[in-house]
Design a protein around this ligand. Structure first.
Ligand code: MLT
Length: 260
């Protein structure tokens, strides 16, 4: 692990291989990509990091925006001197990815969008985030996490050990970082128009049982991206890389093998 601009950054695999950056979702940390790191580091340079305020990255003042999250990603790319990295983001990591591509798509060689969507929060979504912040202030982050994280896994996946491990990790997150992420998400811009101008290869991956960004939502926006493919993972919820790592890696591997 190395620290770049206050962020905990993980960088494995041969430095001469093509880089892939994995951006985690909320309220997780980089370890949600452990299976992908192990699998893809044989052929790629794999990079991940803890989003500011989460995991082992600095919390600072907790005042984040989607723009500052994208600035952090760009800083990592610059510091590691990465040439045309492939970007793979899940959910909130996807929001960061949509905006990063909208800002500077020439930097990237490909995009994988996992269980995410380009639309900004509507009013109901914003109010839900505000209620989450109130809950953390009143009852603590564990209460919030215990209400939020179970919805991100399919019922069938809740007997998996990884579910318990993930829940326990999320319960340890810093409340200031979690509240900062809620504000960054509720104040993010909408990238649904920008996706029509994405001109790099894109793969969308969605869990069949994803309750937050269901397959019909993902299929619809994927159809608007010029060079995009869609894949659905049976029985998985919102956390496809954790719930179905083997199939996820196979689908992602096939996409990567076909990139120039
Ligand atoms: C995530 O998995 O990153 C979150 O579900 C995103 C969100 O709450 O919008």
């Amino acid at each position: 692990m190395q620290i770049i601009n206050g962020l905990a950054v993980y960088d494995e695999g041969n430095k001469d291989n093509r880089p892939i950056i994995f951006v985690h979702g909320f309220p997780y940390d980089h370890t949600m990509w452990d299976s992908q790191f192990e699998f893809f580091k044989k052929k790629f340079r794999v990079i991940s990091y803890d989003i500011r305020g989460l995991g082992k990255s600095e919390t600072g003042d907790g005042q984040y925006t989607m723009e500052s999250y994208v600035d952090d990603l760009f800083k990592i790319i610059e510091e590691l001197n990465l040439d045309k990295p492939i970007l793979c983001g899940l959910s909130m990591g996807g929001y960061i990815s949509f905006r990063a591509i909208e800002r500077q798509q020439n930097l990237f060689g490909g995009l994988i969008l996992c269980d995410t969507k380009p639309q900004a929060d509507d009013d109901a979504g914003k109010l839900k985030r505000a209620a989450g912040i109130k809950l953390i202030n009143g009852d603590g982050v564990i209460k919030f996490v215990d209400g939020f994280v179970p919805n991100t896994f399919a019922e069938e996946s809740k007997s998996l050990e990884i579910y318990r491990i993930t829940l326990d990790k999320c319960r340890m997150q810093n409340p200031i970082g979690v509240k900062g992420a809620l504000i960054a998400m509720l104040s993010r811009t909408d990238t649904s128009e920008a996706i029509k101008n994405f001109n790099l290869p894109v793969l969308s991956i969605c869990g069949e049982k994803d309750a937050l960004t269901p397959p019909d939502v993902m299929r619809e926006f994927t159809n608007k991206i010029p060079n995009a493919k869609f894949a659905e993972i049976p029985k998985a919820g919102h956390m496809t890389p954790l719930e179905a790592p083997d199939l996820f890696n196979k689908i992602l591997g096939e996409f990567l093998d076909n990139l120039n």
